[in-house]
Design a protein around this ligand. Structure first.
Ligand code: AHM
Ligand code: MG
Length: 332
């Protein structure tokens, strides 16, 4: 049988690629792995368990209906980071405010984690891939104190780790520490993630575009022009691109990362600043895209350069293959 490289082996073999203490990275990823495995188990039997499937009956601060699994996922990750002792505070889509952990170990910890516990959760009931997205920063405040809002409001360029877990036909952990992008598949029987996608590179161009065309009447003229180009035979392939939109950002992004493509969520009247959240959706995927040779912008500037002012700040997002994003921006 093929000798597989486990996540732990991979990290210790490549220790020089990580810009911080190897033990810190191992521990942070261990927290993510343990929460992901528990979440994968819950997701896989969602249809069988009443307490897992369906709406929670509440809305989050952004006015979106929370699914039971949103909250299960949120608690799993929150608890994993709190108990892990390497994180001083977190922010997530499901918490109105950031959470500063109270223990002395947490106050002494060096990192904050921002995450979308379950992205695409409106797809749970129909068995479509969903995922967790995370972003890790070094704290700005002094070690020994409680985490503050300014620890959370850092531009994406300061991320030290970003990644996602995609719960699809298999469960995949993809992450970057600023030295390339690697993917690991969960072997559910052994309960371990093994290296399956080393050195992921996004094709420079592609023929897949992902956008919610239901919003077409709201699209700006430049985006309409770009979509007309995608749908014409005037592009580099000589035939229309394929439209692919799952409605799960992680899954749409992952497909485009592997095959080449662009994902677009512009500002629209129902979401005048864009629908996606800068800190725990756009930033981590932008870091991964750039590390894989792709590009991410909000239409005006690189996503990673945006200075955040709010925890749940929205942004427009154009992300994917470099030449496609440049074309959508009218740059080539
Ligand atoms: P969520 O984090 O509440 O699931 O919202 C984010 C999701 C993305 O996964 C997806 O791309 C987008 O919202 C879909 O929005 P729409 O239904 O407007 O196309
Ligand atoms: Mg989301």
């Amino acid at each position: 049988m093929l000798k597989l490289t486990s996540l732990k082996e991979f990290i210790s073999k490549n220790r020089e690629d990580f810009p911080f203490l190897i033990e810190d990275l191992q521990n942070l990823l261990e927290n993510i792995v343990s929460a992901s495995k528990a979440l994968q188990a819950d997701i896989s039997k969602a249809g069988l368990l009443n307490h897992v499937l369906g709406a929670q009956g509440k809305q989050n601060i952004q006015g979106e209906a929370q699914q039971k699994l949103d909250l299960i996922a949120d608690n799993l990750f929150k608890n994993a980071f709190e108990q892990g002792g390497f994180v001083c505070g977190i922010a997530s889509e499901e918490n109105d405010d950031f959470v500063a952990f109270e223990s002395q170990a947490a106050k002494n910890a060096n990192y904050v984690v921002l995450f979308d516990p379950l992205d695409g959760s409106s797809n749970i009931d129909v068995n479509v891939p969903i995922g967790t997205i995370f972003s890790i920063y070094r704290r700005i405040t002094n070690v020994g104190a409680k985490a503050e809002l300014k620890d959370m409001l850092q531009p994406g360029s300061k991320q030290v780790v970003a990644g996602y877990v995609l719960f699809g036909s298999s469960t995949l952990l993809v992450f970057t520490t600023g030295n390339g992008v690697h993917g690991f598949t969960l072997d559910t029987a052994r309960g371990e993630f093994y290296l399956s996608h080393p050195h992921l590179k996004m094709p420079q161009n592609g023929r897949l575009y992902s956008v919610n065309e239901g919003n077409r009447n709201d699209f700006n003229p430049q985006l309409r022009t770009y979509l007309a180009y995608c749908q014409s035979d005037q592009n580099q392939t000589g035939k229309p691109y394929s439209g692919r939109y799952i409605g799960s950002l992680v899954a749409d992004f992952h497909r485009n990362l592997l095959k080449g493509g662009i994902y677009i969520y512009p500002a629209v009247s129902s979401a005048p600043k864009g629908r996606l959240r800068l800190l725990y959706e756009c930033n981590p995927l932008a870091f991964i895209a750039e590390q894989a040779g792709g590009l991410a912008t909000d239409g005006n500037q690189q996503i990673l350069d945006i200075e955040p002012t709010e925890l749940h700040q929205r942004a427009a997002l154009y992300i994917g293959s470099k030449e496609m994003v440049e074309k959508a921006m009218g740059l080539n």
